[in-house]
Design a protein around this ligand. Structure first.
Ligand code: GLU
Length: 292
């Protein structure tokens, strides 16, 4: 084993579908090909969006596909104390503030927060979100799959939310706290999160946490060109077709395909680990504004 620690971090908002399988396969093969660990974290941060039973469904689908993780499964629903500590640190260092702007007030700003509440010093917590103050420097990083990226948080995102007005912690905060908490140093995930990465790197700087290596795989889309997601009713995977599903995922990721047939997913994954090449993954294009 090397010191590589990767992870797969699904939200339990539906069963594992082809779009999430390719993220699981890419992060798994990248970790294993580097002799690393591959961790599993269930991102059950948002109870209203959760579908009962889907965490267990995702877990059994991963098992059926031979995608076996190391260590115990983390669940974000058990991590509130760690998120609260991070939030307190942002508050102590003057990097966050409360905001009571309504949706209506924010309409028409292209999703970029104009800083209305920055200097209001609101003290109430109820019905207020907490935002982090961003700076005006361009934030650049090297994506190991998509190449160099850059985003101006001030110009393209604005002060962003770390705790929602309904009291739930925001994904951006939780993911950074948990990646650091689990010692994750390689994040391979879908390109829908490419636009979130500068926010996450910024939070790492604010909180004094290390920045992992990031790589974003292209998104699988349906016939209409829409991202495969639970919102677009992407179908859950048939666990009895695991070998075929894995081959389709490898093909999508541009990897070499075997001529011989395999009898188990674990055998196929072992073969694929030995031939994994990041350079073969198709590129999606550089970061553009306002991706979430
Ligand atoms: N939980 C997120 C999702 O299912 C992924 C988060 C991440 O990989 O950083 O879309």
């Amino acid at each position: 084993m090397t010191d590589y620690i990767g992870r797969f971090a699904p939200s339990p908002t539906g069963p594992l579908h082809f779009g999430s399988l390719i993220a699981a396969v890419a992060s798994f093969l990248d970790a294993r090909a580097h002799g690393g660990y591959w961790l599993l974290r269930i991102e059950d941060l948002d109870p209203p969006r959760e579908i009962a039973g889907s965490a267990e469904q995702i877990i059994s689908s991963l098992q059926a596909h031979g995608l076996l993780w190391d260590g115990t499964v983390w669940r974000q629903s058990e991590r509130s104390a760690a998120y609260q500590n991070a939030l307190a640190k942002l508050q102590r260092t003057g990097l966050s503030y409360r905001c009571d702007c309504s949706r209506a007030k924010l309409a028409g700003n292209d999703g970029i927060y104009p800083g209305f509440c920055r200097s209001r010093d609101l003290q109430v917590l109820d019905n207020c979100a907490t935002r982090v103050v961003v700076d005006t420097d361009a934030l650049g990083f090297e994506d190991v799959i998509q190449g160099p990226q850059s985003q101006s948080l001030a110009g393209e995102v604005g002060d962003f939310i770390v705790r929602r007005r309904d009291g739930l912690f925001a994904y951006q905060l939780a993911v950074v706290v948990d990646d650091a908490g689990q010692g994750v140093n390689h994040v391979i995930r879908g390109a829908d999160l490419l636009g979130s990465t500068p926010r996450q790197i910024y939070l790492q700087h604010c909180l004094g946490l290390p920045t992992p290596v990031y790589g974003h795989i292209p998104l699988a889309t349906n016939k209409l060109g829409q991202k495969l997601s639970k919102q677009n009713l992407a179908q859950g995977l048939d666990n009895d077709a695991a070998l075929g599903n894995l081959l389709a995922a490898m093909q999508f990721l541009g990897q070499e395909l075997p001529v011989q047939s395999f009898t188990s997913p674990a055998q196929l994954l072992e073969w694929a680990t030995g031939r994994w090449r990041r350079q073969l993954i198709p590129r999606q294009g550089a970061l553009s504004c306002n991706q979430s």
